[in-house]
Write a protein that binds this ligand. Sequence first.
Ligand code: ACO
Length: 322
Amino acid sequence: MSEMRCVIAGTGGFLPERVVTNNDLTEWVDTSDEWITERSGIRQRHMAADGEYTSDLAIGAGKAALESAGLTAEDLDFIIVATTTPDETLPSTACKVQAALGMHEGAAFDIQAACSGFIYGLSIADGFIRSGQAKNILLIGAETLTRIIDWEDRTTCVLFGDGAGAVVLQGRDDVGNRGVVASKLRSDGRQHDILYSDGGTSMTGTSGTIQMEGKDVFRHAVSNLSSVIGEVLAKTDLTQDDIDLLVPHQANKRIIDGVGKKLRMDAEQVMITIADHGNTSAASVPLALDRAVREGKVNEGDILLLEAMGAGLTWGAAVLRW
Ligand code: ACO
């Protein structure tokens, strides 16, 4: 028996059926497929249907992750949902997911760290598992960002989409050094004004819509992500040359390419899914991870680096040995 490790036992993803292509958007705002593809790498996004909520997407991804782990909701100690777009102000979306999945013990709660929500959730879950407070945790990133977009603002509306991704995290003391190796979370509230929503429960009683200084966010993304990757690797005995697969937040292909280049990674070592679903905030890292697993890109013993940056600003990275 060795130390308790937090391993990923299953992954799942869920995207709403409706697809909105870049060409579809040209009917709503003054833009073009060429501009969106060149500047962001996005070709299409999924949009939740009327009456389809963040919890519905989370339930779809959660069920898929439980199935791939070979577990049921009754095996879970916690459900954590990372979201910026909860169904309601209260209760948490996680509690709705808990009821729908049929988990009647344990606890469920939401966390809000914008696009970094999944990395934050992974770090929290790793702590619960290592400290013996949990054996199995369902961690979901789920968003309906199309509900908080100003559809007349072409500088933001072309970038975001709806979706959910999930992982089942399991405490194991028989897997050697597999599992989460280290994580590092950061935030800088002074950068609030470069990415925020212009409303909220306490301020306006409405959700508001996403406001963004794109160039500033871009600049911070490349430098913050590069530095946090150095910080998380410094907590391990690994170097950037040990990374087999980069699973980044899917905000902009140019940001992903910039980080991949700094890490000297080949194109096939970087998981890129942004073309198919745009920026799905907290859902994007688990959606990309789920696709990597299903496409056979992840093998036992591989070193994975997960990273994200979003509003707050928040950012973070995690190193896993699969
Ligand atoms: N279609 C056509 N033209 C457009 C569009 C559009 N959709 N949007 C802006 N333009 C125009 C601008 O008006 C500008 O025109 P001008 O030169 O006549 O003034 C021109 O295109 C260039 O605009 P820029 O803003 O300079 O374009 P840039 O190359 O910076 O790309 C983008 C913009 C894609 C937003 C980029 O800055 C970016 O990706 N930033 C980071 C976003 C991000 O990472 N967000 C992550 C977090 S999201 C979260 O946490 C929820």
